[in-house]
Design a protein around this ligand. Structure first.
Ligand SMILES: NC(=O)c1ccc[n+]([C@@H]2O[C@H](COP(=O)([O-])OP(=O)(O)OC[C@H]3O[C@@H](n4cnc5c(N)ncnc54)[C@H](OP(=O)(O)O)[C@@H]3O)[C@@H](O)[C@H]2O)c1
Length: 325
């Protein structure tokens, strides 16, 4: 069957434990979610696509038959749907392909979830809001500014339309353990920080709330475990880091975390014309719903989490000794 081979994962089928399927398990967030469940007594199946082999199952989420087959064979109690095209500028230029993944694959998974009585968590984004009137509660009206935000909002609607018992978890800009720094809009600043000799202008207009993937992963597990006991857990949830920073301030905080100079970093206080897809000015998420339900986690301090995320990329090993010992 195209996009799906199951044989080497058969040993994970029909075990008596709680089973979770994590889509996008090769990606930035999916890796953390997969690890979180696997380390906490869940029978965990991760699916990816181009990077799936050898560790994960390769399943093209655009192939409805392949998705159906994975779900029927593994029979998860929970699906955490992380896979998406999350780069706004790519979505703007390759809209049809992005819509197939960000919207249509949601409908496919949601139909499978409802048919199998599976609790589905769909990861969405603060970019569903226009950023003009923060903070945003779970019930506030979305108004996405770019195609990425629109596609994720459409994805939310498809999820809830086909699977009313599903949960949507909106999160802001993410960072965590990366295979390469370009994987996250936070860690990509690392090269600018390390190029100490070259001055570098960085956005100092838009407010961001960098959020650690390990924290989001714990929230997903909290939600999954609660949902197994309480089927009324459903609808929209927000989770976010609490430290508010512009990209310029994020770069300075990274420099500080590694005791590196930041004097070469320069604040860019005006948006240059034609700088890619429009982004919200401040889409701060208000996260009280998870907190009231006791499902939130205290966000890890940025300075500490960014060190854990970026230390493998430190060029100068003497700094590593200074910082960590
Ligand atoms: N990153 C952020 O700052 C951020 C912020 C807010 C919300 N989010 C949301 O968080 C979720 C995770 O984002 P992320 O940053 O972890 O994304 P990512 O690192 O770009 O990973 C994307 C994942 O989607 C998979 N994928 C792509 N095309 C596929 C296909 N046709 N079939 C199956 N899988 C496919 C990729 O698999 P392969 O790589 O193996 O092809 C990869 O595992 C997304 O829903 C995103 O919208 C992210």
């Amino acid at each position: 069957m195209p996009g799906f081979e199951y044989s080497e994962f058969e040993d994970t089928v029909y075990t008596p434990y709680r089973r979770v399927l994590v889509t996008g398990a090769t990606g930035l967030l999916g890796r953390a979610v997969y690890r979180e469940f696997q380390n906490n007594d869940w029978n965990t199946l991760g699916s990816g696509y181009s990077r799936a082999r050898p560790r994960f199952l390769s399943c093209n989420l655009l192939d409805e038959e392949a998705v159906r087959s994975v779900v029927h064979n593994f029979q998860p109690h929970v699906i955490v749907h992380c896979a998406a095209e999350r780069r706004p500028d790519v979505v703007e230029h390759h809209t049809e392909a992005a819509l197939n993944l960000n919207v249509h694959a949601c409908a496919t998974l949601a139909k499978e979830a409802v048919a199998g009585g599976i609790f589905l968590i769909y990861i969405s984004t603060d970019y569903v809001f226009d950023g003009r009137n923060p903070p945003y509660g779970e019930n506030d009206a979305p108004n996405p500014l770019n195609m990425y935000g629109k596609s994720k909002l459409e994805g939310e609607r498809e999820i809830i339309r086909h699977c009313p018992g599903a949960a949507v978890l909106r999160v802001p800009i993410l960072y965590g353990e990366v295979e390469k720094v370009e994987e996250s809009a936070v860690t990509v600043l690392w090269d600018r920080v390390q190029e100490g000799a070259e001055s570098s202008t960085i956005d100092h207009c838009q407010q961001r709330f960098p959020t650690y993937t390990n924290d989001v992963a714990r929230v997903c597990r909290n939600m999954a475990e609660r949902a197994l006991q309480d089927s009324s857990l459903r609808g929209i949830f927000h989770y976010s880091g609490k430290e508010q920073m512009t990209k310029y301030e994020i770069a300075c905080a990274i420099a500080d975390a590694f005791s590196l100079p930041s004097s070469h970093l320069i604040q860019l206080t005006e948006q240059p014309a034609g700088a890619g897809a429009q982004r919200p000015q401040n889409a701060q998420l208000e996260c009280s719903r998870l907190e009231l339900l006791g499902l939130s986690v205290e966000p890890t301090v940025f300075k500490s989490a960014i060190r854990d995320s970026l230390w493998p990329f430190l060029h100068d090993k003497r700094w590593r000794q200074t910082v960590f010992h």
